[in-house]
Design a binder for this molecule. Structure first.
Ligand SMILES: [Zn+2]
Length: 218
């Protein structure tokens, strides 16, 4: 993270309520997207079905990874613009409400390796989940850790990506979510392998229901 981005991050922490459109900077009342920019952000609310091993993984997503959605992801991931986390949380809470998922016990998220998180200073999936938790009054818990750093997935075949992630995620000690319903939040989903392995780990804890949600799907 460069000095400017770091300053941006600090600014967002010190002045978190800068109500201007994140794209065109138009002053707003209690939101971060003006009506015009919001219209350009196409909400899909789709489902992706990915066959991995003998399982068909159902992944819910809000946006396709293109256009304005990519810009938002980048603002959050590389510029530390946490207002984007709030925007995404708003869409996710709408997803929860419109699918009658208010009964969910917990929200959790895809972890980063601690070295990568230290470098970025935050995990964008955790940031989004935290705002969802505040917005929807569903408790957020840290359930998973990423044990190993994974090589950049870019340039790898689907099979290589899949193998690359085996044994990478692990559940934290002392997590008791037996018979609970849990929503797992990711930012961008490509092959589904990350969500697949995280789901497997959580299943090992005797969870009742796991709902997978990614903000953007490729
Ligand atoms: Zn705007």
């Amino acid at each position: 993270m460069g000095v400017r981005d770091f300053r941006e991050l600090i600014k967002n922490i010190v002045y978190p309520k800068d109500y201007r459109c994140v794209f065109c900077k138009w002053p707003l009342e209690k939101e971060y997207l003006c009506a015009i920019c919001r219209d350009r952000l196409v909400e899909v609310n789709g489902e992706k079905h990915i066959k991995i091993e003998n399982e068909t993984l159902k992944i819910n997503y809000i946006f396709l990874y293109s256009g304005y959605a990519v810009e938002l992801i980048q603002k959050l991931k590389y510029k530390g613009d946490f207002r984007v986390g709030e925007i995404f949380a708003e869409y996710i809470c709408n997803f929860i409400r419109s699918n009658n998922l208010d009964y969910i016990d917990y929200i959790t998220y895809i972890p980063m390796h601690k070295k990568d998180e230290r470098k970025r200073r935050y995990n964008q999936c955790r940031v989004i989940s935290k705002y969802v938790s505040e917005n929807c009054s569903i408790e957020m818990i840290d359930t998973l850790i990423k044990k190993m750093r994974t090589k950049d997935q870019i340039g790898l075949s689907k099979n290589q990506r899949f193998r690359n992630l085996q044994d990478v995620f692990k559940v934290k000690n002392d997590i008791n979510i037996k018979d609970k319903s849990i929503l797992v939040v990711d930012d961008v989903c490509t092959t589904g392998s990350t969500l697949y392995y995280c789901k497997k780990e959580l299943q090992g804890l005797g969870v009742k229901e796991i709902i997978l949600l990614t903000v953007c799907a490729r």
